[in-house]
Write a protein that binds this ligand. Structure first.
Ligand code: IMP
Length: 442
């Protein structure tokens, strides 16, 4: 499993793409076109929204799994773009159990977020307006349309009748007949890809093949464990990755938590280590911190170990991937938040308040770390030749500091956007829950 530890945008796509060279399947387990997984290939930059990054590699199957919600026009565009650029090298599978995001849901997403804003400006979420929340709401209310329905026109028409009867508060919807026709057309074009994906994955496991579960969004955006209500609508945590793929827990080898060396957040919601002014502008500029889906500037801040320890306990990370370290090269020092002080004088180390407003009010306590020199092309070349031994000493100390503070080994370091600028630092073992490492002092 490759999962986000912060608020999304940790470069999960890049780490998944790196590991996909040794995998047979890559499965996206939740979310939909709210995600944007950016991958820098020798042929150019690709942003995947609804396809798993396995589709970019020969011999790999990219599965858009049962936990997802799929917007079909955008999905067809994504397929077309990859095919036009000759980048569709792997196989595509779409789960028959994934739900469909309809135009209704996109209209409803905007309608709902505007409504929140009108009722109380502080409660607008700043969603991606891609229909994610309403599509999951209909999924759980059992009004949803699934991929399997697309290739069963009579059933689809009946399901649309029921769904439309719940949407009288919305205007500007396409007629049911027009929508049914569009969906049936898309269904027949996508039918070669629509599959019962769970048995395919179970059989792959029985043959000893490797499956990567590619998380989208992140722990702090989890519908239950994130900064509610400023969250997305599924479970981007390890439990959600199982539900979103149909795989059983005992098959999981590694649970890799991807963390940037600093932090970012898009949209509204608490962000204790957020910075402003020149520092924020520096991180935005150097890190290219603009949303891959919506183009919004990302809010920037420092690495927050309270949230990282929380995400670790929640997900059971067995290793960490530390990304975008090059962005911090050349700074004077790197502040890292090691604990919070609450207004009542309490110290919090690994469990943030459940109420967003209370998380807004904590004061982060920072411990400055020595920064490393800039990642010049000469340094990058040296790392490519000599591996992790060539990493700057300050960065090695930073990784060791993280390991001590979070009790999880740093197994990967990404130091640039190119595919080859990721290092495996050889610390991934068999699954070792963080609590066990801690107890045994390992
Ligand atoms: P939704 O997922 O579109 O409903 O948006 C809910 C919140 O999650 C908003 O604050 C979004 O900005 C945020 N969000 C959703 N997907 C992503 C992502 O892939 N990266 C970062 N933030 C995201």
């Amino acid at each position: 499993m490759i999962l986000g530890t912060q608020f999304g945008d940790e470069a999960k796509g890049k780490i998944t793409d790196f590991l996909a060279s040794d995998a047979q399947y890559v499965v996206r387990t939740g979310g939909g076109p709210n995600a944007g997984h950016t991958i820098h290939l020798p042929e150019g930059v690709v942003v995947l929204h609804q396809l798993a990054c396995g589709v970019l590699r020969h011999g790999v199957v990219g599965v858009s799994g049962p936990g997802m919600v799929l917007q079909l026009e955008r999905l067809e565009e994504e397929l077309q773009e990859l095919s036009d650029r000759h980048l569709l090298k792997g196989e595509v599978m779409l789960s028959e159990r994934a739900h469909v995001i309809l135009p209704i849901h996109e209209i409803e997403d905007a309608w709902e977020d505007d409504l929140r804003g009108r009722e109380s400006p502080g409660h607008q979420l700043g969603t991606t307006r891609r229909g994610i929340g309403p599509a999951y709401a209909d999924r759980y209310a059992r009004f949803g349309i699934r991929m399997a329905d697309l290739i069963r026109p009579a059933l689809l028409a009946e399901r649309l009748d029921v769904l439309y009867s719940t949407k009288s508060h919305l205007t500007g919807l396409p007629t049911k007949t027009a929508l049914c026709e569009t969906l049936t057309g898309i269904g027949s074009r996508l039918s070669p890809y629509i599959r019962a994906t769970e048995p395919i994955l179970w059989e792959a496991l029985a043959r000893g093949e490797t499956i990567l579960l590619e998380g989208a969004q992140s722990a702090l955006l989890d519908i239950d464990f994130g900064t509610y209500p400023f969250v997305t609508s599924h479970h981007p945590t390890s439990a959600g990755a199982l539900l979103g793929s149909g795989l059983p827990p005992q098959e999981v080898g590694d649970v890799i938590g991807v963390t940037k060396a600093y932090a970012t957040r898009v949209g509204v919601g608490p962000f204790p280590t957020e910075v402003s002014g020149e520092v924020a502008a520096y991180l935005q500029r150097e890190g290219g911190e603009r949303g891959a889906t919506t183009g919004r500037m990302r809010r920037c801040g420092w690495l927050d170990l309270v949230l990282l320890r929380y995400a670790t306990r929640l997900n059971g990370f067995t290793s960490l991937a530390l990304t975008k370290v090059d962005v911090l090269g050349g700074l004077e020092q790197i502040p890292v938040c090691v604990e919070y002080r609450t207004p009542a004088g309490e110290t919090l180390k690994d469990y943030p308040p459940a109420v967003a407003d209370e998380l807004e009010k904590v004061t982060p306590v920072y411990r400055n770390q020595e920064a490393w020199p800039p990642f010049t092309s000469r340094l990058k070349e040296k790392i490519r030749r000599e591996g992790h031994h060539a990493l700057p000493a300050q960065l090695r100390s930073f990784a060791a500091f993280l390991e001590r503070e979070v009790s999880v080994p740093v197994a990967y370091i990404s130091y640039g956007s190119a595919r080859e600028e990721t290092l495996s630092v050889g610390r991934v073992g068999p699954a070792r829950p963080a609590s066990r490492i801690h107890k045994w002092g390992g």
